[in-house]
Design a protein around this ligand. Structure first.
Ligand SMILES: Cc1cc2nc3c(=O)[nH]c(=O)nc-3n(C[C@H](O)[C@H](O)[C@H](O)COP(=O)(O)O)c2cc1C
Length: 207
């Protein structure tokens, strides 16, 4: 009986947190010309403290790893279309996972944990949003040396999409490998099959 009560309590606690947060529809007709976008792409490590607008957050996430075709494929290509990269979104309000199929966020934890992404680089804490790319090795299905290389490539592509999207949308970001991966793992209760690879703090440029 005690075990059943514990299971019910755990389920209720998890359900209370695992809420879906809808995003506004992405605008697919905005942004600067592609060559101007590449001309502007650069690492930026200073951000305004203004939160991203709902439209900018939606457009950033869709461009970074959104579903762009009816067959379920994404703006970011992946090795054998495994789609093993999970995109986590850290804000002052909590940590969510971006779900490309529904273009929504699923809240994983409440609270401000951007410091775990920043780790020893304080500037990263000041970005209103930090995107974290995690490879789900269970979904990839292999863990040999080549598989580890392929998931790193896939995460790099997602991170570069975020860099290009930011440049095109007037946002500021930097691709980063540094983060407190073990701290984030503990916070989210992720197992060893989840590999934290890259992150992008994103905000409006300072000034
Ligand atoms: C795989 C990778 C890891 C990186 N990790 C960090 C990092 O942890 N912290 C940081 O401030 N910049 C990081 N960078 C950003 C690079 O320092 C930056 O891209 C490089 O200096 C070139 O500058 P640019 O992006 O303005 O062209 C990383 C870039 C890449 C591609």
């Amino acid at each position: 009986m005690k075990k059943i009560l514990f299971a019910v309590a755990t389920f209720v606690a998890f359900s209370a947190c695992a809420q879906d947060i809808s995003l506004v529809a992405p605008s697919k007709s905005r942004g600067s010309d592609i060559m101007q976008t590449f001309a502007r792409r650069q690492s930026v490590r200073e951000y305004s403290d203004k939160d991203l607008s709902q439209q900018d957050l939606s457009d950033l996430l869709w461009a970074t790893m959104g579903q762009n075709r009816d067959n379920g494929k994404l703006t970011a290509p992946s090795c054998q279309n495994k789609q093993e990269i999970r995109l986590l979104v850290f804000t002052k309000d909590g940590v969510s996972e971006y779900l490309p199929a529904s273009h929504s966020l699923q809240k994983l934890v409440d609270g401000d944990y951007r410091a775990l992404v920043a780790d020893r680089q304080d500037f990263a804490k000041t970005a209103p949003v930090s995107l974290v790319m995690v490879a789900d090795m269970d979904k990839f299905g292999k863990t040999d040396e080549r598989a580890m290389m392929m998931v790193a490539v896939d995460a790099g592509i997602v991170s570069e999409n975020a860099c290009v999207a930011a440049a095109g949308l007037g946002l500021a970001t930097v691709p980063r490998a540094s983060m407190d991966a073990e701290g984030i793992r503990k916070l989210l209760g992720f197992g060893d099959s989840q590999i934290f690879i890259m992150n992008n703090p994103v905000g409006y440029p300072a000034n």
